[in-house]
Design a protein around this ligand. Structure first.
Ligand code: ZN
Length: 304
């Protein structure tokens, strides 16, 4: 079972349809659960997808249009109802702080959960931890909008046979990792002799925006890119006008940035056949394309 995966809760832009709930995505990343852009109905979609409120460690909002945040009141109250014991951090554009306050205080409830507001003021680091670094970049939409990127630093993978040969066991394994070398029976063993480099994994979440530098900066070299493709090429002019992407543009970003798995989502209700999104993205991008469906789970691809 993968411990790093995307659970798709909703895939509709603007309004829900019979097949699609409004936005909502949970990224499971080891012990972290990052809930992105919970739209209306996210709480019930979590139930259907098998996501517990206690899995949420962060709520990340790209912007304050309803389809990206109207699920916040339900989620916030559920955290308290379920007595989620760990702190939950909320990241959102600082310019919309008043909206966030209203959402979290939408109705009366008995608040016991520890929800910490950590607004995003501009490009740069948002949080850091065992998961790596969470950063934000400004996007271009009709209201202030930020995309997010999770970057795990490169590390090393210990090689059990080499460790055994060198006589390194127990606390010495931790020591060689921490110190870069260890001395066994008077002999110095460097970390490189008992390990190999391990490339960090990365993930980007790009919602409502037209093409801009921020999109490319977020998506550069990521293992998984979740990106809005509200429109198809026929509506490219409209997309630019209202600050959205087409499936072809999303494909172009994936190609130019060397993305591994491209997840298309946030579809306009005007298109009944989702295959067309794949077709248009595939004209630009030859890698793996997932056209998101509600309640599907997409594993972060294995390390290179
Ligand atoms: Zn929007």
């Amino acid at each position: 079972m993968s411990s790093r995966e995307l659970v798709v809760l909703g895939t509709a832009s603007q309004v829900p349809t019979r097949q699609r709930a409004q936005n909502g995505y949970l990224l499971r990343w080891d012990g972290e659960g990052l809930l992105f852009d919970p739209g209306e109905g996210t709480q019930r979609q979590m139930l259907l997808a098998g996501v517990a409120a206690s899995e949420i460690t962060r709520i990340c909002l790209t912007h304050f249009h309803g389809d990206h945040c109207l699920g916040v009141p339900g989620i916030v109250q559920r955290l308290s109802l379920d007595r989620v014991a760990h702190p939950v951090r909320a990241h959102f554009p600082a310019s919309g702080h008043e909206y966030f306050r209203r959402l979290r205080n939408a109705t009366a409830f008995y608040e016991v959960a520890d929800l910490r507001e950590e607004p995003v003021h501009g490009d740069g680091p948002v949080a850091a931890g065992d998961f790596g670094a969470l950063t934000a970049r400004r996007l271009e939409h009709s209201v202030e909008s930020f995309g997010y990127r999770l970057t795990e630093p490169d590390g090393v993978r210990m090689l059990p046979e080499r460790l055994a040969e060198a006589g390194i066991t127990g606390r010495l394994v931790r020591e060689v990792r921490r110190e870069g070398s260890v001395t066994v029976d008077g002999r110095r063993v460097p970390l490189e002799a008992v390990s190999e480099p391990r490339q960090g994994q990365s993930f980007a979440f790009v919602m409502d925006t037209r093409l801009c530098d921020g999109v490319f900066a977020l998506a550069e070299g990521v293992d998984m890119l979740v990106i809005e493709s509200t429109f198809l090429a026929a509506e490219a002019e409209l997309a630019r006008h209202v600050g959205h992407l087409t499936a072809g543009e999303a494909g172009r970003v994936a190609r130019e940035c060397g993305v591994r798995t491209l997840v298309l989502t946030h579809f306009s209700q005007r298109y009944p056949d989702p295959r067309r999104f794949r077709d248009e993205a595939a004209e630009e991008f030859g890698g793996e394309i997932v056209v998101a469906e509600d309640l599907m789970t997409v594993p972060v691809p294995k390390r290179r």
